[in-house]
Structures are given as C-alpha cells and as structure tokens.
Design a protein around this ligand. Structure first.
Ligand SMILES: Nc1ncnc2c1ncn2[C@@H]1O[C@H](COP(=O)(O)OP(=O)(O)OP(=O)(O)O)[C@@H](O)[C@H]1O
Ligand SMILES: [Mg+2]
Length: 371
C-alpha cells in the first residue's frame, strides 16, 4: 500500500500544498518549525481519521482560516481510494472515501495503515501506564474498528459507574444499581482485555525476535501483560471472574468513589533479561525496546492484513546510533516510508535506496536531490 499524492489546504502552516509521493522512501528535510511533523500528521489522519498530537481538530486548521482540507490518493494492491477530510471550526470533521461520506470517523476503514515512530514514543517505556495503554489501544484500534467502539463504550459506562460510586445520594441502594452497570462493564471490559491479551502475545513473539536481531543476540526482551484477571480461559469464564472481582471490590470502590479494576487500570511491562526495562534499562536500551515494539507493530500488521503499512518516522534518525539506524534502514525496502530530518543530518545509510528528497521551508516544498 502507498500514498500516491497528498493535498493540504489550510492545514496548520500549509496554505495549499500538492505533492506526489515516492512509493518507496520520502525524505523531508527542514529546519525546526517549518512543517515536517504537520505533514506526517496529515498522512496519519488519512489512515486513522484523527491526529496523534491533539484531540481538538480545530487546532489543525490554519489559525487565520475557518476550514481546512486533506485529500490523499491511496493505492492498495490493484485498486485505489480517495480519502478526503474536511475540517470546520465550529462543526465536526467530515470524511469521505471515494466521495461517499462516512457517518463518523470511527467508521473509517481507509485501507491505509500507518505505524508512527517519534522520539515521543520513549514514553511507552518511561511514561506511566496510560502511555502504554495508548500505544496498545491505538495499535489495536487501527486493526479492529470494533475495538475502538468498545473502548469508547467502556469509558462511558465507567464514567457513569464512577459517578454513581461518588454520589452520596445513592449510597443506600447504590449496590443494586451498580449490579446493572457491572453486567455491562464486565461484558465490554472482557472484550477489551481479551483483545489486548491477544495483541500483546503476538507482539511479544515478534518483539523478542526483532530485539535479538537489533542487539546481536545480546539482550532478551519479554513483554508481559499486567492484568488482574487470568485470561487463558474462554470468554464466559473470564466474564464471570470479572463480575466476581467487581463484587469483591465493591465496598472499596464505594469508599474511594472509583472503579479499582478493569482495562483502565492495566499495564504491560517490558523485561530485558528478566529485569524491568523501565527501572533498570539505560536510556539507550529503553530506546531500543521502543524501536523493537514499533517494528513489531509493523510486522504484526503485515501478518494480519497481508501487506506492510506505511511507516512514518518523525525525527527519529538523529536519536539512533549507527547499528540501530542500519537495522531500521533494512525495513525501508519493505514499505513506503516517510522520514523527517532536520538540516544537515547524515543519511549516508540510505545512499543506495530509491528515494525522493523534499526540502520544507515555512509550509512550502522544494524538491531536490542535494542535501
Ligand atoms: N493551526 C495552525 N495555524 C498556523 N500555523 C500552525 C498551526 N499549528 C501549527 N502551526 C505552525 O506550524 C509550524 C511547523 O510545525 P511542525 O510541527 O510541522 O514543525 P517541524 O518542521 O516538525 O519542526 P521540528 O523540527 O521542530 O519538529 C510551527 O511554526 C507552528 O507554529
Ligand atoms: Mg517536528
């Protein structure tokens, strides 16, 4: 799959941009604050319907304008798709695929899959559990739109349950009302837990292998899902155990006014040679773990849908040492890749690859072969 061209109108610092893209490697070079990440963000939006930088769509519209537009022609094997996103300041965004309007961006099955890698991803290891949940949730949502739907339902029910827990008014007979919520929460929660478990198992197998290759067999990476429920059972039994655990914790939940178990509390831990990478890993080791996870996501998508996603690398080249850089470059031949670099970075490792270099200055592009 590849993005053939991209049109941006009033997207952040772009007035009107049209760009034809290389089906292999696209390199965007520019000083800070010229529009490199804005371009990566637009491609990401065509795949997922949303930005990775903000939940407020209006931030993406140029400050001086009221509306903005993104369009991309996508090639998927033998057929093509036109994805269009229209952003308006006071209204929800509108998305069309081949000129058919979608009811919601959650319906977006663009056929375009992306994997993003940016320095911010170090948070997957260094940050709190929420960062890790975001990583898994974004990855699974792209593969299964139903997962994203379940997540938003879960959040809604959880919010209602927590409100009920907090409200003194209901304290007397809250328990019978809670029972009703709990049946719903256990159902949708179980779907989420099972999907995460499946994803992490698959990721673990791939990451282990990739990490060995990156570190020349020096390090052993394992990822473990940190879940309060045993998940190696069939669905019904997990749901029953879930309900039971909710009941067991009910008094405590009422006391604290919050739900103490469920997908919103889970985490996963990355171990290097059996030691928690978050605590014992050096900065470089943690970076390598993140690289292994991101590349595993690439392979996982390929296993699930049969073709490689588009790889978006924002500012990561400068962060990697030669060994990791060379390993990453080996992946480029497999899929369309977008790379942003600041001026003057060394791209020797990509010397012999099919690539187009674009220079970005103040929201404008210049094609060029010189560096
Ligand atoms: N809604 C907007 N309207 C106008 N300009 C915007 C808007 N949002 C962001 N910008 C501008 O876009 C510019 C480029 O942002 P971008 O993040 O793409 O830079 P970059 O080239 O990736 O820089 P860096 O190398 O620092 O990461 C910034 O100067 C920012 O002020
Ligand atoms: Mg940037």
């Amino acid at each position: 799959m590849n993005v053939e061209n991209l049109r941006l109108i009033n997207i952040r610092n772009y007035q009107d941009l049209y760009i034809e893209l290389n089906k292999n490697i696209n390199i965007f070079i520019g000083k800070n604050a010229q529009g490199k990440t804005n371009l990566i963000e637009s491609i990401y939006m065509c795949a997922t319907g949303r930005s990775f930088r903000t939940n407020r769509d209006r931030e993406i519209i140029n400050l001086k304008k009221d509306q903005a537009y993104i369009a991309a022609n996508i090639k998927l094997g033998n057929y093509k798709k036109l994805i269009e996103i229209k952003l308006q300041k006071e209204k929800p965004k509108r998305i069309r695929i081949n000129r058919n309007e979608l009811k919601s961006f959650r319906e977006l099955e663009s056929g375009l899959y992306v994997v993003l890698f940016s320095p911010d991803d170090l948070k997957i290891i260094k940050g709190g559990p929420q960062e890790r949940r975001n990583f898994i949730d974004n990855a699974i949502s792209q593969l299964r739109p139903i997962y994203s739907y379940n997540l938003s339902r879960y959040k809604k029910i959880l919010y209602q349950r927590n409100n009920l827990l907090k409200s003194n008014k209901f304290k007397g007979d809250a328990k019978s009302l809670l029972d009703l919520f709990d049946v719903q929460i256990a159902k949708v929660g179980t779907s989420i837990l099972m999907e995460r478990n499946r994803f992490l198992n698959a990721l673990n197998a791939l990451a282990r292998d990739i990490h060995r290759q990156i570190t020349n067999n020096r390090e052993d990476l394992t990822i473990k899902y940190d879940c309060q429920l045993a998940l190696d059972m069939d669905r019904e039994r997990i749901e029953d155990a879930y309900l039971e655990l909710l009941k067991k914790n009910m008094d405590r939940d009422l006391e604290y006014g919050t739900t103490s178990i469920g997908p919103h509390r889970e985490d996963f831990i990355a171990y290097l040679d059996g030691k928690d990478a978050r605590i014992f890993g050096s900065q470089g080791q943690q970076r390598t773990v993140v690289l292994s996870l991101v590349l595993s996501e690439v392979e996982l998508i390929r296993n699930e849908i049969g073709s490689y996603p588009v790889l978006l690398l924002d500012d990561v080249f400068s962060e990697l040492d030669d060994e990791r850089r060379n390993y990453l470059v080996k992946f480029f031949g497999k899929m369309q890749t977008f790379i942003t670099l600041t001026d003057g970075e060394n791209i020797k490792s990509m010397e012999n690859l099919d690539k187009t270099i674009y220079h970005i200055e103040d929201g404008k592009l210049k094609m060029g072969s010189c560096l």
